[in-house]
Design a protein around this ligand. Structure first.
Ligand code: SF4
Length: 358
């Protein structure tokens, strides 16, 4: 059995660690790129969202490398994500790939559902081995997110532009290469230290912009033309609540115990939206309300044709909380110059607003 999993940011690194320790043959397709998108667009129904198209492209590239078992997240929520694994499996069969598709229904079966899939993929490895490998994967995941949070703070104030991104790329590689807890810890300390020592403009007071929107496009930089890094180059500090390690912590462990990390966000959205509309639409509205006083502006990332985010996009202008929101629709028509022009104009507006408020 050769396993392939579509990309979501750096998630392939914890999966690699997990599968290596279990002796599972895991094929990592190339990171999402223009070819991935072209393949996905070519073989997807036109009106589907970019997460469907890019993950399909990843699967085709994994199958080209010999993967015969593909794992795709799914669920029974309001969003059409639940239909994706079945549709993608059909498309891959029609293309002649003899693959088996496994749907990972994390939203229903939580930690148990996830571990059962790993047990199956590892050819029934002992639970002790699975749990130990899973813990190491989680440690890599939180190391990646910890470094990324620091990178978000350094990018806008670094004196030599590109320093944080270079260190981030090296840290990702070093975390990927770390093969035990000690080396993983050393890598974290080393890169946090290097990021801390990067020469900075200590007097700078960067604009603060929150990133909200649909989970996939928020976490997969290729799908949004890497808006976070571009904002950093414009001297903007980016904040976001969605990180894969946080999501894992709550979805797999704490939600089943009754903790709802989104309760505060949903409560904030309540005057304008009282129910789940699928995907992350409810959270987008709630985050606008919550962050109106803390941030200078918000970038709302929404896949084109994503109904939950269309609902959110239409509600946000009517909230009384006054904070500029720039919605960026992500799809295959998106081009870097267009995104940059919109970001520059938005940042210009936020700077004027800040000057006017002092
Ligand atoms: S939330 Fe929207 S973009 Fe995400 S999978 Fe569902 S429909 Fe597609």
């Amino acid at each position: 059995m050769r396993i392939g999993i579509p990309h979501l940011g750096n998630l392939y690194i914890p999966f690699k660690a997990l599968f290596q320790r279990l002796g599972v043959d895991y094929v990592v397709p190339p990171l999402s790129n223009q070819r991935t998108l072209s393949l996905g667009v070519k073989y997807s129904p036109e009106g589907l969202c970019i997460p469907f198209k890019l993950t399909l492209g990843n699967m085709i590239e994994a199958a080209e490398l010999g993967a015969d078992t593909l794992v795709m997240p799914g669920g029974l929520g309001i969003c059409r994500l639940g239909y994706y694994a079945g549709t993608q499996e059909q498309i891959l069969h029609d293309l002649g790939y003899n693959i088996k598709m496994l749907q990972l229904g994390v939203s229903e079966r939580k930690l148990l559902g996830f571990l059962e899939v790993i047990k199956y993929l590892s050819n029934n490895a002992p639970w002790s081995k699975i749990i130990s490998a899973f813990r190491f994967g989680l440690a890599k995941l939180s190391a990646l997110d910890r470094i990324e949070r620091m990178v978000q703070r350094v990018r806008p104030v670094e004196r030599i532009k590109g320093t944080a991104n270079k260190l981030y790329a090296r840290a990702i590689k070093a975390i990927d290469d770390a093969d035990d807890y000690n080396s993983l810890k050393r890598v974290q300390i080393d890169y946090i230290d290097q990021l801390g020592q990067a020469t900075k403009d200590d007097g700078a007071k960067p604009l603060i912009v929150g990133i909200i929107g649909e989970f996939y496009v928020v976490l997969e930089p290729f799908s949004s033309q890497d808006v976070e890094s571009e904002l950093g180059k414009l001297g903007v500090e980016v904040r976001r609540m969605t990180f894969i390690s946080q999501w894992t912590k709550f979805s797999l462990f704490l939600n089943p115990l009754g903790f709802n990390e989104k309760a505060k966000i949903h409560k904030a959205a309540f005057p304008y939206l009282k129910r789940d509309v699928g995907g992350d639409g409810w959270e987008s509205v709630g985050e606008k309300v919550l962050h109106a006083k803390e941030y200078d502006g918000l970038i709302h990332l929404a896949p084109f044709t994503c109904m939950p985010e269309i609902v959110a996009q239409n509600i946000m202008p009517s909230t009384k909380e006054n904070i500029p929101v720039l919605t960026i629709l992500c799809d295959e028509q998106m081009a870097k110059p267009g995104v940059l022009t919109r970001l520059e104009a938005f940042v210009d507006l936020l700077q004027r607003r800040r000057r006017a408020s002092v």
